[in-house]
Structure formats: structure tokens, C-alpha cells
Design a protein around this ligand. Structure first.
Ligand SMILES: NC(=O)c1ccc[n+]([C@@H]2O[C@H](COP(=O)([O-])OP(=O)(O)OC[C@H]3O[C@@H](n4cnc5c(N)ncnc54)[C@H](OP(=O)(O)O)[C@@H]3O)[C@@H](O)[C@H]2O)c1
Length: 289
């Protein structure tokens, strides 16, 4: 199977390249500056490709509040450009979307058909991207995910680990937003499974379990600097520019039915990530997404 990954040097894209290659897939990747999905994508060589995976995005959630046009160009128009190209070329598009399309007022996990209602610009542009992919006429799979951490990008887990290792304490972290922190290597393995079974439609894929960002920070500190103090604060106290959902846990029932098993727990992802980053001793991975 030949697969083209766009956004191949990003946090998820890098792990996807490695995981698909290890899984025996003939994979090639593109990213800025070679390909800009908001502009001309004709240089993208997808001859013979069965799938294009779109892992490219504008991902600065607070930045998007002041850069609406830039976020929309990548997350909505860029996704549409790829989708229309896929429709013409007859290959399928796997597009990555986000839990931030939801407002977080639910108290049970969001299923794939729950009503979206984004609270911030980033979420609105991701939702527009989903809608444009669906209306393009291309064969597609939309994978919604959340709270990513991985080796090849800056992320919350890495920031907390680096700050507590430097001795910064106390740290103040929001304790009123629930999520499923997801290791990009586990997500990449899950995506490989979905590609191999030619899944279509919309599927939620994030780690099993749930926690607040404060609970996640405590777990990180426990691994790398147990003496660090992590104080819980509210979203209002955090003063972030973009509003975020209080509860955006994704329901993975469909993913489990399609692939025959659950996603690894976020704590397992965290332990594997900490070992990969050299913060702790290597752990026996065991979990195979
Ligand atoms: N990170 C999270 O917590 C999270 C949560 C939910 C969903 N997601 C979704 O998961 C996907 C992967 O996220 P990620 O965290 O891996 O993102 P990332 O690390 O920011 O990677 C995105 C990649 O896309 C590239 N890119 C940006 N604009 C582009 C353009 N116009 N044309 C081509 N490539 C472009 C970026 O290049 P530059 O670095 O040069 O800009 C980067 O290499 C995205 O769809 C994101 O919305 C992420």
C-alpha cells in the first residue's frame, strides 16, 4: 500500500512516517516549505497512492484567536484543497481533526455524531475543515484526536517536564478541563490499523482514561521530579486567550469495535514517552495501540 503523509515533519507526522514505514507501508512525506497546502499542491507526487494522510495544521490554539485567516487557510482551505485533489485522483483522504470542535458542556464522552459547537477560532477552523472534506466527494476518514504529546514537537507534557527539571516550582496548572492525553506513537499505530482496514467516516482516536491538565502535570512531575509542587488553578485564572472545553473526552467505542481493542491508557503513553525522551529508564512497551 502506498501512503502520502502531508505535515510529515510535525509531531504526529514524524511518528506516522516511522510507524507506517515499520508497518511495511510504502510511505512518502511532504511538509513546508516543499508543499504549502494552502497554495499550489501540484508538486505533491501521489501517483499510485491509496491514501493521503493530512497531518498538517495550524495548531497554535491561542495564536489562532489573532490569526484567524492564517488558521482557516491551513485547517479549512488546506484540507479542502487536499480533499478535492483526492476526489479527482481517486485516492482516499485521512484527515486529522480535534476535540476542540466541541464546547465541553457534556459530562459523558463525545461520540462521533455528537453536535459540534467550537468555543475558539482553532476549533471553528478544524470543524470547517471536517465539513469541507465531507462535502468534497472524496473517499475519506476523519480521525478526531486530542491533547497530543510526542518526541517531535513542543507539547504540554514536555513543557512541564522541562520546567520541573529546571527546578521551577510551584507550577500552576488548570484543573477544570478534562481530556485524554495521547502519545503520538500510539495514535500513529492506531491510524495504521485504520488504514489497513480501509475505515471510512469519522472515528475518535485518543488514549484510554481521562484526566485534567493538572492531574497530567502531577503525573509528569511524579516521573521526572517528584518534589515539584503543582498547584491547581481554574481556566479563568490561567488567563489563556482562547476558551477551551471543560470536558472534551472522546468516546472510543467505534474505534474499539473497528480494531478489536482499546487504545493504550494515557499513563502508559506517558511512561513510554518519558522513557523515549530519556527522562526515565526504558519501559517494556507491551501496548500496541
Ligand atoms: N497537538 C495537539 O494537541 C492536537 C490535538 C488535537 C488534534 N490535533 C491535530 O492533530 C494534527 C497533528 O497535530 P500536531 O500537533 O502533530 O501538529 P504540528 O506538530 O504543528 O505539525 C503540523 C505540521 O504541519 C505543517 N504545516 C503547517 N502549515 C502547513 C501548510 N500550509 N502546508 C503544509 N504543511 C503545513 C507544520 O509545519 P511548520 O511547523 O513549519 O508550521 C508542521 O510540520 C493536526 O491536524 C492537529 O490539528 C493536535
Amino acid at each position: 500500500m502506498r501512503v502520502v503523509v502531508v505535515g510529515c515533519r510535525g509531531m504526529l507526522g514524524s511518528d506516522l512516517m516511522r510507524t507506517l514505514r515499520d508497518g511495511g507501508i510504502d510511505v512518502s512525506g511532504y511538509d513546508l516549505p516543499d508543499i504549502d497546502i494552502t497554495r499550489d499542491i501540484s508538486a505533491l507526487d501521489w501517483r499510485g497512492a491509496e491514501w493521503i494522510v493530512n497531518a498538517a495544521a495550524y495548531t497554535d490554539v491561542d495564536g489562532a484567536e489573532n490569526e484567524q485567516a492564517a488558521a482557516a487557510a491551513v485547517n479549512a482551505q488546506g484540507a479542502a484543497n487536499l480533499a478535492l485533489h483526492c476526489a479527482r485522483a481517486g485516492c482516499a483522504l485521512l484527515h486529522i481533526s480535534s476535540d476542540y470542535i466541541f464546547d465541553g458542556t457534556a459530562r459523558i464522552p463525545y461520540s462521533e455524531d455528537a453536535e459540534p459547537c467550537p468555543l475558539n477560532v482553532y476549533g471553528r477552523t478544524k470543524l470547517d475543515g471536517e465539513r469541507l472534506v465531507r462535502s468534497s466527494g472524496c473517499e475519506h476518514l476523519i480521525v478526531r484526536t486530542q491533547a497530543l504529546f510526542g518526541k517531535h514537537g513542543s507539547n504540554f507534557v514536555r513543557t512541564i517536564a522541562e520546567r520541573v527539571k529546571k527546578g521551577e516550582s510551584p507550577l500552576r496548572v488548570v484543573n477544570d478541563q478534562f481530556t485524554c492525553p495521547t502519545y503520538t506513537l500510539h495514535l500513529a499505530r492506531a491510524i495504521l490499523k485504520l488504514l489497513l482496514i480501509s475505515a471510512r467516516g469519522t472515528v475518535n482516536v485518543s488514549a484510554s482514561g481521562q484526566c485534567t491538565w493538572h492531574q497530567l502535570a502531577l503525573a509528569v512531575a511524579q516521573l521526572v521530579q517528584p518534589r515539584a509542587v503543582i498547584e491547581p488553578i481554574s481556566s479563568v485564572e490561567s488567563g489563556r486567550l482562547a476558551m477551551r472545553p471543560a470536558y472534551s473526552v472522546l468516546d472510543k467505542g467505534l474505534y474499539e469495535r473497528l480494531t478489536g481493542g482499546p487504545m493504550p491508557h494515557w499513563m502508559d503513553g506517558l511512561r513510554e514517552y518519558a522513557a523515549e525522551m530519556g527522562w526515565t529508564e526504558k519501559v517494556n512497551s507491551g501496548g500496541k495501540g
